[in-house]
Design a protein around this ligand. Structure first.
Ligand code: PLP
Ligand code: COI
Length: 359
């Protein structure tokens, strides 16, 4: 077990100030009093594991990440259980994905046990920051960047790993509602052989212009197509996508290396198989999506991810087309997966696969 030194925040927020923030935290703007850090150097390996007051990290202007973007991150949530206590949802899967992202970005590999312990220690330290509101959770953001001060283009020999905790409610402003997608036919997110399956900051940097275009055109999220043929549906800027067909089957793009292997995606596919649904991980084109939505062969579509949980998709538009999914609201299958996943994450439903990690 990694020993974390604890340096408590000498000026934590007062109980009243915290309660004010937790009443309506939104997503990603309320942070707790502490953070976890671990340093890596080629000479010393992983060392200096700490829980300290959350605060600025000072970096030299020549720090490698600022130039060549060697950076990866994760996102997972800690939930207050109905029975009391706190649980993380499948943190081992995040720890494993963090290592495979690091491998792709030629970074140091953090042992999974250190990843889990850093999350556990931070959540235990800031356990009073989980909002007691519908959908409330502590969103953990483990990340790591090249901290070596050097301008040569090569894998860095020093890294800083850090975990932040953010008190969150719903990801979407205005709460639960069906979202609208803009299909980008101009920009792609990831090409074969690229970094699409890694959770690296660069993937998000390149998605922003497409996401901004979607918002400018009045939509919530961008839907990306594949980079080669520009017709196969991949994923959204920050979540995977699933389709519910009239015959009851569930369709989702396969993990071909250009999309993120979402943990929510994997969990929903498993839950669907457990229910006896037919699950098809197969290529699905934008033309087929339009045709199936219009003919009624497709009845629902939803986005899924740690931040977005399960979010219904009501409308889809591209440069010269627009169509609704079903009635444009929340379909039955989408609502059922949202409920089943939320119940499981809060310990209200059986957990046959042992996904809850009580801490
Ligand atoms: N795809 C992208 C691009 C994401 O950023 C995310 C969010 O992490 C997901 C999919 C969903 O992954 P997960 O369910 O592991 O949060
Ligand atoms: C997550 O769901 O954890 C993500 O990283 C996606 C982002 C939209 C916040």
């Amino acid at each position: 077990m990694t020993a974390f030194a604890h340096e408590p925040n000498p000026q934590p927020l007062s109980v009243n100030e915290r309660a004010g923030l937790l009443a309506d935290p939104g997503f990603g703007r309320v942070f707790t009093d502490h953070m976890a850090t671990i340093r890596y150097s080629a000479d010393e390996g992983w060392h200096d594991a700490k829980i300290t007051a959350r605060g600025p990290v000072t970096v030299d202007p020549a720090t490698a990440v600022l130039h060549y973007a060697q950076e990866i991150f994760e996102g997972l949530k800690a939930y207050a259980l109905d029975e009391g206590g706190i649980a993380l949802f499948r943190p081992d899967a995040n720890a494993a994905r963090f290592r495979s992202s690091a491998e792709r970005m030629a970074m140091a590999l953090l042992p999974e046990e250190m990843f889990l312990e850093s999350c556990r220690q931070l959540v235990l330290t800031d356990r009073d920051w989980i909002p007691a509101i519908d959908g409330g959770a502590l969103y953990l953001r483990p990340f790591m960047f090249a901290s070596e001060v050097f301008l040569g283009v090569k894998p860095a020999t020093e890294y800083l790993y850090c975990v932040l905790a953010s008190s969150v409610g719903a990801y979407w402003k205005g709460g639960a509602r069906a979202i609208s997608l803009w299909v980008s036919h101009d920009y792609t997110r990831a090409a074969p052989g690229g970094t699409g399956a890694a959770k690296c900051g660069g993937n998000y940097a390149t998605s922003l212009v497409a996401q901004a275009e979607a918002v400018r055109r009045g939509h919530d999220q961008v839907l990306f197509l594949d980079a080669v043929e520009r017709r196969w549906i991949e994923e959204l800027g920050g979540m995977n996508v699933m389709f519910v067909m009239a015959d009851g089957s569930l369709v989702t793009p396969p993990l071909t290396g250009t999309i993120l292997p979402g943990i929510t995606r994997a969990s929903i596919l498993q839950m669907a198989r457990d229910e006896g649904l037919t699950v098809r991980e197969e290529l699905y084109s934008i033309e087929q999506f339009r045709a199936d939505a219009q003919s009624g062969a497709l009845v629902e579509a939803f986005a899924c991810g740690t931040a977005a949980v399960v979010t219904p998709i009501g409308k889809v538009a591209g440069p010269d087309y627009a169509f609704d999914i079903g009635s444009g609201g929340t379909g039955q299958t989408t609502a059922r997966f949202l409920q089943r996943l939320s119940d499981l994450q809060r310990g209200r439903a059986p957990d046959p696969h042992g996904w809850l990690h009580r801490i």
